[in-house]
Design a binder for this molecule. Structure first.
Ligand code: ADP
Length: 192
């Protein structure tokens, strides 16, 4: 299996590039943000809970997120592999993911980190707010909070995968196709 973590700050392009990777490698795309948003739309209990954190730019608690992720992986029994997009976002989530995959004799192949500087991220998120309908994109204070949470809680997850040599940084600035090519190259390198 090819199990990829697509990593990077809010606005780095994880969702956009996930689509390219899904087509190229026929993987199952699991975006925790998308799953939360579809629960919010459906008015589920999970959705209501997630919304109370997301609207403030905070993380949904680990136990909720990890439980949901495991259930989603288990729904796709015959997958070629997965793209984890927006997960893991804390070291505790990374440890839980590693343990869960190990219980299936699987592991993370590579973490691909899209690198984009903060000013560019803010510009992209404000732009996205015009069409995404996402309340967390529309408010500059919430955007700043998400970037701060990323730096404090999520950035350390890179170290977790750097230690076993699974981390690859990819320049996240350029055209969508250019960035896709960089990701494909990084994946081919990590397969061999
Ligand atoms: P972005 O990366 O652009 O901020 P996402 O769709 O990945 O967007 O996430 C939106 C929000 O959903 C986050 O700010 C957070 O509140 C919640 N969320 C998504 N994934 C996780 C996760 N793995 N752990 C906790 N909260 C999460």
């Amino acid at each position: 299996m090819l199990n990829i973590i697509l990593f990077g700050p809010p606005g780095a392009g994880k969702g956009t590039q996930s689509e390219n990777l899904v087509h190229e490698y026929e993987l199952v795309h699991l975006s925790t943000g998308d799953i939360f948003r579809s629960n919010i739309k459906g008015g589920t209990e999970l959705g209501n809970l997630a919304k109370s954190y997301m609207d403030k730019g905070e993380l949904v608690p680990d136990n909720v997120t990890i439980g949901m992720l495991r259930a989603e992986v288990n729904k796709s029994q015959n997958a070629n592999g997965f793209i984890f997009d927006g997960f893991p976002r804390t070291v505790a989530q990374a440890e839980a993911l590693d343990e869960f995959l190990e219980s299936k004799d699987e592991e993370i192949t590579v973490m691909l980190a899209l690198e984009v500087e903060e000013e560019e991220l803010k510009t992209r998120l404000m732009q996205r707010a015009k069409t995404s309908g996402r309340p967390d994109d529309a408010n500059p204070e919430v955007i700043q909070k998400r970037i701060n949470v990323y730096q404090k809680e999520t950035a350390p997850v890179a170290e977790h995968y750097r230690k076993p040599g699974k981390f690859k940084g990819v320049n996240g600035v350029g055209s969508i196709d250019e960035i896709a090519e960089r990701l494909f190259t990084a994946i081919e390198e990590s397969k061999s």
